[in-house]
Design a protein. Sequence first.
Length: 114
Amino acid sequence: MNIFKKLQKLFNSPQRKELPSFADGTILRYKIRFEGIVQGVGFRYEVYQIATQLKLTGWVRNEMDGSVLCEVQGTKEKIEYLINHLYQVPRFQIDSVIKEEIPIKNESSFRMAN
């Protein structure tokens, strides 16, 4: 069984809340570093799942220092929703979020980079 199927079975909640409606807006791209207890707890998979549901593009990966780095592209409202959602997941302990706006890229999906 591949790792995505294992994570999906382990962390997918059948009672996942519906996403709110979002207004159209300017597309932005952010490089975001999450620090805290964010590795070994399904953090990347959760980012991937929610980003995909929100139709955001970009990628997420674990870093050697224990943080998780991602680049996320979409409207500011959707990106803020993603970050706020991650703070609400009890198995994560986010100590800091470092966010930097970067140039947008031409891409059509969200992926796990490692």
